[in-house]
Each structure stands twice: as C-alpha cells, then as structure tokens.
Write a protein that binds this ligand. Structure first.
Ligand SMILES: Nc1ncnc2c1ncn2[C@@H]1O[C@H](COP(=O)(O)OP(=O)(O)O)[C@@H](O)[C@H]1O
Ligand SMILES: [Mg+2]
Length: 277
C-alpha cells in the first residue's frame, strides 16, 4: 500500500550567507530553522507567515531550486536532497511551482503557445507537432483561455490571463504536486477569486496536491485543509484550518487572523458567502 503522505519535510534548515571578504563582513541569515511537516496526497497544505518569515525559501528548497543547509525532504518516501541530477530531472515534471506572477517568467519575444509547448516537448518528446499543438490548445481551454491566445505575446495579456498561462505551462507536464507561492497576491480582488476558483477546480480534475504559500489568512481560510504558521523561520503552529480559525494558539496567528476580520470589499463578501468568516 502506498503511504498517505506525498511530501515529508523534516528539520529543514536554510542559512543564507556570504563568505565575507576584506571589505564585506561575513554575514549569515538563518532563514528557515528546523521546519517539519507532511503533506498528504490530494491535500492543500497552507504555509503562512509575515513577509521574510521563510516561506519562499521553503518552497524553493522543496523544488530543489536552492539547496537546503540541513534536514530532509522526501517525496513519495524518497529523499530528493540526495537525488542525482538525472533522477531529479525525471521528478521535475511531477513537481511544479507557480509564483506570484508566473506569467512574468515568459519570454517577451515568444508567443504564449510556443512557451507552453516548450516543457511539453522537453518532457514528452517524440509526439507529432500537430498532437503537441492540440495539447497546448486543450490546456489553454482548461485554464480558461481561448485558443487564439496561443499566438499572443506576454505583453498582450492582463495580469490574470498571464497567471492563467503560467498555470497552463505548469500543468502541461501533468504534475502531481504544485507549490503555489502567493499565486494571486499580485492580482486585483475580483481576479484573485477567479484564479483561486480555477486552482480549486484544477485540483479536483487532476488530483493535485498543493503547498499553498500566503502572507495572510484570508485565502487560506477556504482553500487549505491544514495550515502551518511560520514566524522568523520557525514553525510555530500547525493545525487543521478550522481549528486554527477557532482557536489560534499563538499570538502571531491571532494577529494574522485579525487581518481577515477587517477584510472588506468584494473579497470580504466572497468569504462571507463561503461562510468562512
Ligand atoms: N538569496 C538570498 N540571500 C540572502 N538572504 C535571503 C535570500 N533570499 C531570502 N533571504 C532572506 O531570508 C529570509 C526569508 O526570506 P523568504 O523566504 O523570501 O521569506 P518570505 O517568502 O516568507 O517573505 C529573509 O530574511 C530574506 O531576507
Ligand atoms: Mg515569499
């Protein structure tokens, strides 16, 4: 039987530092301090904390975009930190990351379609061009973009559309696990809700597991099954979302919670309809 958990992080630590020189003093920043958590298959696990608390650093270590200083990360029970490059490359299509503005990572001189096609050709080479093209069009449809977006350039898209295109590029290689690093923070309130709903639909459709990173609790409320609260690199509280809302244990969590109660405008109404607040 396969284990329930898809990702197990234990004692994960990251120290950033320069080596120092005659003119620059040696400086070290303990960005992530012995963080441990597990994410079950199909679950959405929230990671919240104020700016600079180490969330992005954790997301990037999990994706192996940066090295960990200490600790372990297991994906499907296998340590990814000790994986060789070839083995890790094979995993790359299973694990994808969506940034605050993933769309901004598109090359301005190539069309959206060409760039969504690129990872498809890399991970699934050998298909006929026509089949690959069809797959890109299908994926554009999945994220709510018409087929003519294939031929558009990044600057011809709105922020929300670019984020949709970024999601399409991540999903084209059929990942199982997605790190969502503040995926809607840069978007307008109404677009935020649309993209969040899209992510929820996609999770159901493709049985995705999410690590959802946010700097406050508003989105976490209806999106995450469990939440971990991070403060200054340390994990100070983990709980099922509902418990965290009802009985925050830590002062930092209470502070984060108070921001959601003062939410107003469209998004506030949206959460109230969802009976979250
Ligand atoms: N490449 C880097 N070099 C040195 N320090 C960094 C680097 N990236 C992040 N940091 C520091 O590590 C801490 C955590 O940053 P980060 O993971 O980006 O936090 P968050 O995503 O929660 O805002 C911060 O103090 C930040 O200044
Ligand atoms: Mg960040």
């Amino acid at each position: 039987m396969q284990s329930e958990s898809l990702l197990d992080v234990s004692g994960l630590t990251k120290v950033y530092g320069n080596k120092g020189s005659l003119f620059v003093p040696r400086k070290e920043i303990l960005a992530v301090n012995k963080v441990s958590f597990s994410i079950n298959r199909g679950e959405t696990f929230g990671l919240i904390g104020e700016s600079g608390s180490g969330k992005t650093t954790i997301g990037r270590m999990v994706m192996r975009l940066i090295d960990a200083t200490a600790g372990d990360i297991q994906y499907k029970g296998k340590s990814i930190l000790s994986m060789k490059k070839g083995e890790m490359d094979k995993l790359r299509n299973e694990m994808q990351i969506i940034f605050q503005d993933s769309g901004s990572a598109f090359n301005p001189r190539k069309t959206i379609g060409e760039q969504i096609l690129h990872p498809l050709n890399k991970f699934y080479p050998g298909n006929e061009a026509q089949i690959q093209y069809k797959k890109v069009i299908e994926m554009l449809d999945v994220v709510g973009l018409r087929s003519d977006f294939y031929h558009r350039y990044p600057h011809e898209l709105s922020g929300g559309q670019r984020q949709r295109a970024g999601i399409a590029r991540a999903l084209i290689v059929k990942p199982k696990f997605l790190v969502l690093d503040e995926p809607v923070s840069a978007l307008d309130v109404s677009v935020k809700a649309q993209i969040m709903n899209l992510l929820i639909e996609l999770q159901k459709e493709f049985q995705l597991t999410y690590l959802f990173i946010a700097h406050n609790l508003d989105l976490v409320a209806y999106f995450c099954d469990r939440v971990a609260v991070l403060s200054k690199g340390k994990m100070i509280e983990t709980a099922p979302t509902i418990d965290l809302f009802r009985k925050p244990q830590h002062e930092v969590t209470q502070k984060l919670l108070s921001s959601i109660l003062t939410l107003d405008g469209d998004l506030g109404d949206y959460y109230r309809k969802q009976s979250v607040i």
